[in-house]
Design a protein around this ligand. Structure first.
Ligand code: ADP
Ligand code: ZN
Ligand code: ZN
Length: 767
C-alpha cells in the first residue's frame, strides 16, 4: 500500500482534459518538455508526481517530475509518457513555487532542484522500481503438441496457473524453490514468457520520530500552550519586540523582521513565544539554525517548552528513515514545528505561519556545493509564499540583511540589553603584542588573566581559529616546508597523531624524520594551532584540566554535542578551541575569553573577512560572563587601534556596519551590487584560465553588467585541480540574472567536458 502522502495541488483541469503534461528532468538546463498523456494514464497523471518518459539521446526512459497538465496541444509533435510513477503527488504547490524560484535565481534546472529537494527515502516510498516479470502464454498461442515438462518445470507452471499473472520473477523462484533453469526451460518451450514490469518499493516508516501528541487533525489546541512555569516575565527589550511581533503573528501576512539582539538578550525566549502563538492557532512554525550541533540543545529547549507539540528535527545528520518520516509527516500537515538546518527550508508545510532563522548571518546557511542556494534567502521567500512573518535573529546581522533593514525592507526589532538579571556585556580589550610580545603565542596579560580565573575557580576559553599543532613544518637549514602534492598549500602538523595533514584535500602523511631536500633532521614546527596552544597551557598550568574542542577532538557530531554540554556544565578549567566553541552555547562558569591570531582577517583579500571576524569575535565574546560575573575578553593583536577592535570594545555593531557599508559602497561590492561567480577547475591552470577567458567572450554583457578578468583562487590547486574564477556584477539584479541565464545556456552548450565549472549566485567567498 502506498501511503497517502498529501493532497494533490489544486488542479482545475478535469481528467478527460489531461491530454498533455509538462515534464522537467534532473538536468542542469532549465526547460520543461511537453508530452502527450495516453488515455490510460490520464487519471493517474498529476502535478507533483514523477513519470517515466522517453528523453534525450536514444529516447531512454527517464524519470521526470510533472509540473503541469493541460489540454492545450503543443505546437510541435510530442512523445508520450510511458508511466506515472507516484500514486500521490510528492510536491505541494508551495514547494513547486519555491523550487521554481530557486531554479530561476540560482540558474539551475528545475528538475535538478526538485530531485535535490525530495529526500531519497520519500522517492523510494512513493515510487516503483523496474523488475523482470513472468506470465503464462495465452492458451491460443501454446505450442502444439505440448512439449514434455520435467517435475520442476511442472511445479513452476502450476504456480503460474494458480496465481494472478504477471508475477515477479523473484517471487516465482522464491515461492517454488526452483532456480532459474526450469523457468528458462518453460519460456523456451513456449509455456511462459517474460515481461518488463514495475513493483512498488516497499519501505515503511518503522520508527516513531515525533514525540508529542498523536495526529488528530489540525484544530487550534489550547493544550499546546507552554506550561505556565516555563514562561519568563519578558524584559523591557523583549516586551517591546513582542508588542510588534504578536500582532504580526495574529494578523498573518508576509512581514520580514530583523531581530537584532546581542548574545544573551533573550532571542530564543522570543522565538518560543512566537512559536507558541502559532502552534496555538493550529498552524506550523519552521525554525532554521546554522549548525547541526545546535539542534539538540534547541530541540531540548523546545521539547521542554512545548511538551505536547509535534516537533520534527530535519538535518543532514539524521538517519534516512527519520528524515524521510519527518518530511512526510510535515508534508501531511502532521507536524507543529520543524527544526533544522538549511535543507529544512525545502520541507513542505501546508499551514506554515512563522519562519525563524537563528544566527541569520552564519555562512553555513549558504550551501557551497551542488545546489548553491542560501537557506536564509530561501526562507524569506518561503515566508513570502506562505504569506507569513519571518524573523531573522542575530547579534551581528549580515551586511546584506542590515542593509535591507536600514532601507526599510525589513523591520528592526532591537534588543541591546542582556536578559538575565544582573548580566552585563563583557569588557573587551585589545592586548598590544608590540608592547608585550607573546611567549609561545600567549601574552603575559592573557596568562595573568587565566591565572586569576583559576584562583577564583572560574572557566577560561582560549580561542584560535586553526586546528592542528602548527600550520607549517619547515627546515631551517634550507628553507624547505612540507607542502601538499595535490594542493598549493602547506601541510599542517598534527603532533599527537604524528601526521601531516592537508586541510584542503584531506591528504595525510607520516611526519618525516628529515628534510626531504637537504636531509637535515632538525625540522621545526612554525606557528601554532589548537594542539600547540593546549600544550603550552598545560605546561603553564600543570594542575588545570584543559579541554580542547575542534574538528579533530570532535570528529563526529555526537562528540561535539557531548563536549559542548560538558563544557557548559563546567568541565574543563581552560577550554581551547576553534569557532566550534564560539557558537551559541551558554557557559555559565566562563568569565574569560582570550583570542589569538585574529589579525589575519584584517589583512585578507576577501572583502568579507572583516565582517566574519567581527561576528565571530562578538560571538566568542558573548560566551564570557553570561550570568552575574562580568566577563572579560582579551584580543591579542598587532593593531590595537584598528577600528574593528575599537567597535568591538564598544559592542557597537551599528558603527562597525556603517563603516563596512561605506567601504563596500565606494568599492562597488555587495550589497550595493549583485554578484555571481563563474568558477572552474581543471588539472592544468592554463586550461582553467583559457576556459574562463573564452567564457567571457561567449555573450556580450549588456549595459550595466560588468564581467571581470579571471583570477586564480588563493589556494589555486586543490586535490590536483587548478582553480580560478571570474566575477560578474551589476547594480541591477534583474540585469544580472538576465545575463546569467543566457550565459549559462551558452556555457552548457560549449564547455569542454574536461573542465569542471559552476555558477555561484551571491557567492560568499572561496577557499
Ligand atoms: P540569545 O538567544 O539572545 O543569546 P537566550 O534566549 O539564550 O539569548 O537567553 C539568554 C539567557 O537569558 C538565558 O539563560 C535565558 O534563560 C535568560 N532569559 C531570557 N529571557 C529572559 C527573561 N525575560 N527574564 C530572565 N531571564 C531571561
Ligand atoms: Zn632542508
Ligand atoms: Zn591537499
Amino acid at each position: 500500500m502506498q501511503p497517502n502522502l498529501f493532497q494533490e495541488p489544486e488542479d482545475a483541469v478535469t481528467i478527460s482534459e489531461r491530454g498533455f503534461a509538462e515534464i522537467v528532468f534532473d538536468r542542469p538546463l532549465d526547460h520543461a518538455y511537453s508530452y502527450a498523456v495516453p488515455p490510460a494514464l490520464r487519471d493517474a497523471i498529476g502535478v507533483g508526481k514523477r513519470v517515466l518518459a522517453p528523453f534525450g539521446r536514444g529516447d531512454r526512459q527517464t524519470i521526470g517530475f510533472c509540473v503541469g497538465v493541460s489540454n492545450s496541444k503543443p505546437e510541435r509533435k510530442v512523445k508520450a509518457i510511458v508511466q506515472v510513477l507516484d500514486d500521490e503527488a510528492l510536491l505541494t504547490e508551495h514547494i513547486l513555487k519555491l523550487t521554481r524560484w530557486m531554479a530561476d535565481y540560482y540558474l539551475c534546472g528545475w528538475g535538478q532542484v526538485l530531485n535535490a529537494v525530495v529526500p531519497a527515502g520519500v522517492k523510494k516510498l512513493a515510487g516503483t522500481r523496474p523488475t523482470p516479470m513472468l506470465e503464462l502464454v495465452p492458451e491460443a498461442l501454446l505450442p502444439n503438441p505440448l512439449p514434455h515438462l520435467s517435475p520442476k518445470q511442472k511445479r513452476v507452471l502450476e504456480y503460474l496457473q494458480t496465481h494472478e499473472n504477471p508475477l515477479e520473477l523473484r517471487v516465482v523462484t522464491e515461492q517454488t524453490g526452483c532456480g532459474a533453469a526450469p523457468i528458462e526451460a518453460l519460456v523456451d518451450k513456449g509455456y511462459a514468457r517474460r515481461r518488463a514490469g514495475r513493483v512498488a518499493t516497499e519501505t515503511t516508516i518503522s520508527q516513531p520520530v515525533l514525540a508529542g501528541r498523536a495526529s488528530d487533525g489540525n484544530a487550534a489546541d489550547p493544550s499546546l500552550a507552554r506550561p505556565a512555569n516555563t514562561a519568563l516575565q519578558l524584559t523591557p527589550d523583549q516586551a517591546a519586540a513582542w508588542a510588534v511581533l504578536e500582532p504580526a503573528l495574529t494578523d498573518g501576512g508576509f512581514r520580514p523582521f530583523l531581530l537584532h539582539g546581542i548574545t544573551g538578550s533573550g532571542k530564543t525566549e522570543l522565538y518560543l513565544r512566537a512559536i507558541e502563538e502559532v502552534v496555538r492557532q493550529g498552524k506550523e512554525a519552521l525554525v532554521l539554525v546554522p549548525e547541526i550541533s545546535l539542534t539538540p540543545q534547541l530541540e531540548a529547549r523546545f521539547r521542554t517548552a512545548f511538551p505536547q507539540a509535534r516537533i520534527a528535527p530535519l538535518h543532514s545528520g539524521l538517519e534516512d528513515v527519520a528524515r524521510t518520516a519527518g518530511w512526510i509527516l510535515a508534508a501531511r500537515g502532521e507536524v507543529d514545528i520543524v527544526l533544522g538546518t538549511r535543507l529544512a527550508v525545502l520541507t513542505p508545510l501546508p499551514r506554515l505561519a512563522l519562519v525563524v532563522v537563528d544566527e541569520e548571518h552564519d555562512a553555513s546557511f549558504k550551501q557551497q556545493e551542488g545546489l548553491r542556494y542560501s537557506g536564509r534567502d530561501a526562507a524569506v521567500y518561503k515566508a513570502k509564499l506562505a504569506d507569513c512573518p519571518v524573523v531573522l535573529g542575530t547579534a551581528t546581522p549580515s551586511l546584506e540583511t542590515w542593509h535591507n533593514a536600514r532601507q526599510g525592507r525589513y523591520e528592526i526589532l532591537s534588543m541591546p540589553q542582556r536578559a538575565s538579571p544582573g548580566a552585563v556585556l563583557p569588557a573587551v580589550r585589545a592586548v598590544d603584542l608590540r608592547a608585550s610580545p607573546a611567549q609561545d603565542g600567549l601574552s603575559a596579560d592573557l596568562v595573568q588573566a587565566i591565572r586569576a580565573r583559576r584562583a577564583r575557580g572560574e572557566q577560561s576559553l582560549v580561542f584560535i581559529n586553526r586546528r592542528g599543532y602548527a600550520p607549517v613544518l619547515a627546515c631551517e637549514a634550507c628553507g624547505w616546508a612540507a607542502g601538499c602534492a595535490r594542493c598549493s598549500a602547506r601541510l599542517v602538523l598534527h603532533q599527537k597523531e604524528g601526521r601531516l595533514r592537508c586541510h584542503h584535500c584531506g591528504a595525510e602523511h607520516p611526519v618525516p624524520r628529515a628534510c626531504s631536500t637537504c636531509g637535515n633532521v632538525d625540522l621545526r614546527a612554525v606557528g601554532r594551532g589548537t594542539q600547540r596552544v593546549e600544550e603550552t597551557l598545560a605546561s603553564l598550568f600543570p594542575d588545570a584540566s584543559i579541554v580542547r574542542i575542534d574538528r579533530d577532538t570532535a570528529r563526529r557530531r555526537s562528540d561535539l554535542t557531548l563536549a559542548l554540554e560538558e563544557a557548559r556544565a563546567g568541565r574543563g578549567d581552560i577550554l581551547v578551541g576553534t569557532q566550534l566553541l564560539a557558537k551559541g552555547h551558554d557557559c555559565p562558569h566562563l568569565t574569560l575569553v582570550g583570542v589569538l591570531n585574529a589579525d589575519g582577517a584584517l589583512l585578507s583579500t576577501d572583502y568579507r573577512a572583516a565582517e566574519r571576524l567581527f561576528a565571530t569575535l562578538m560571538q566568542v565574546a558573548g560566551r564570557a560572563g553570561r550570568r552575574e560575573q562580568r566577563g572579560e575578553v582579551l584580543v591579542q593583536t598587532m593593531y590595537p587601534q584598528h577600528a574593528l577592535y575599537a567597535a568591538l570594545a564598544r559592542h557597537d555593531f551599528a558603527s562597525f556596519a556603517a563603516s563596512q557599508l561605506d567601504e563596500r559602497r565606494s568599492a562597488g561590492f555587495p550589497p550595493f551590487v549583485s554578484e555571481a561567480a563563474l568558477r572552474a577547475e581543471a588539472p592544468r591552470l592554463e586550461d582553467t584560465m583559457r576556459f574562463l577567458a573564452g567564457a567571457r567572450e561567449l555573450v556580450a554583457a549588456p549595459v550595466g553588467v560588468q564581467v571581470y578578468d579571471p583570477v586564480p583562487h588563493v589556494v589555486t590547486r586543490r586535490a590536483g585541480y587548478e582553480r580560478a574564477q571570474l566575477v560578474v556584477q551589476s547594480a541591477s539584479r534583474a540585469a544580472l540574472l538576465g545575463f546569467l541565464r543566457e550565459w549559462s545556456e551558452q556555457l552548457f552548450a560549449t564547455a569542454p567536458r574536461a573542465i569542471r565549472w559552476h555558477l555561484d549566485v551571491d557567492p560568499i567567498g572561496s577557499d
